[in-house]
Write a protein of this length. Structure first.
Length: 284
């Protein structure tokens, strides 16, 4: 592996998992459904998959590949039908695949995660904070984009946020299994604790003068986004170090929170990747 590839891969490194379950992640859902969600669990923690129910009427290549992978992992396969699967997971979006799983071990707290990142030499953590995102589909999409951009964790308040459930896991397409999700009692206090660790808290607001593209996102950063329409709560807004906006050039006034999260996280990733390339170029 080249020096540049090694540095780039460090942006995405994941901390080792603890032997204790993470209470803030609501322990993994007892039921996972959909090819992506179940497939990621088979890949990352096959021993936690108790059994997989699949729609025997599906005989396409994707289902054959999936069942072959499950058999290779030693998982029990049970023939079923679409109606039974829908009753098991509470959704008709199961794609013909439902799994019963055990909870997997995760880090126990945000403090533990940050300490593991520091021990691993990750000097520029990237965190996503969601204030008031209560829709499970939005949370799942945010987890998916956080995973894609290499964010180390997603944080939300306990009192006004969606928790991890089967719908979130399905929409997240496996990211609910890979991105730690911490629900904290007092979000403003948590942000202040992040600031004490020299992690800048940058919030998004439609009325901010600076845009996300004007902000240096190369250091330790927590990006804070509120629910679509309502935005961040006032105390959360006051706790932020700086506020930025996302430029809107059309008729709509705002973006869905998961789309906005993608814009912000990938701008941070772009800046960090550019910084890495420049540093590697300058090395003799």
């Amino acid at each position: 592996m080249s020096t540049l590839q090694g540095i780039l891969s460090a942006i995405r490194i994941r901390p080792p998992k603890s032997s204790s379950d993470n209470p803030c992640m609501s322990s993994s859902p007892k039921v996972l459904f959909g090819f992506h969600a179940v497939g990621v669990r088979l890949k990352t923690a096959p021993k936690s998959v108790l059994e997989v129910f699949f729609d025997v009427s599906r005989r396409d290549a994707r289902m054959r590949q999936f069942t072959d992978r499950a058999r290779e992992a030693g998982v029990r396969l049970i023939e079923s039908d679409g109606l039974r699967l829908a009753k098991m997971c509470g959704s008709h979006g199961h794609q013909g695949v439902v799994a019963r799983v055990d909870a997997v071990s995760q880090v126990t707290s945000l403090d533990e995660l940050l300490e593991q990142l520091e021990a691993a030499g990750i000097a520029q953590p990237l965190l996503l904070v969601l204030d008031g995102v209560t829709d499970p589909h939005n949370l799942g999409a945010c987890l998916r984009v956080a995973d894609g951009a290499g964010a180390q964790a997603v944080i939300a308040p306990k009192d006004h946020a969606a928790g991890i459930n089967a719908i979130v896991a399905k929409v997240a397409s496996g990211a609910a299994e890979t991105v730690p999700y911490f629900m904290v009692t007092n979000l403003a206090r948590t942000l202040n604790e992040l600031k004490e660790r020299n992690i800048r808290c940058i919030g998004t607001s439609d009325d901010a003068e600076k845009t996300i593209y004007d902000m240096d996102l190369t250091g330790p950063v927590a990006l804070i986004l509120g629910a679509e329409g309502e935005g961040m709560r006032q105390l959360t807004r006051k706790t932020c170090d700086e506020l930025v906006s996302i430029p809107m050039r059309g008729a709509v006034e705002s973006l869905n929170v998961s789309v906005a999260s993608g814009v912000c996280l990938y701008e941070a990733l772009r800046q960090r990747s550019t910084q890495v390339v420049q540093a590697a170029s300058a090395t003799p």
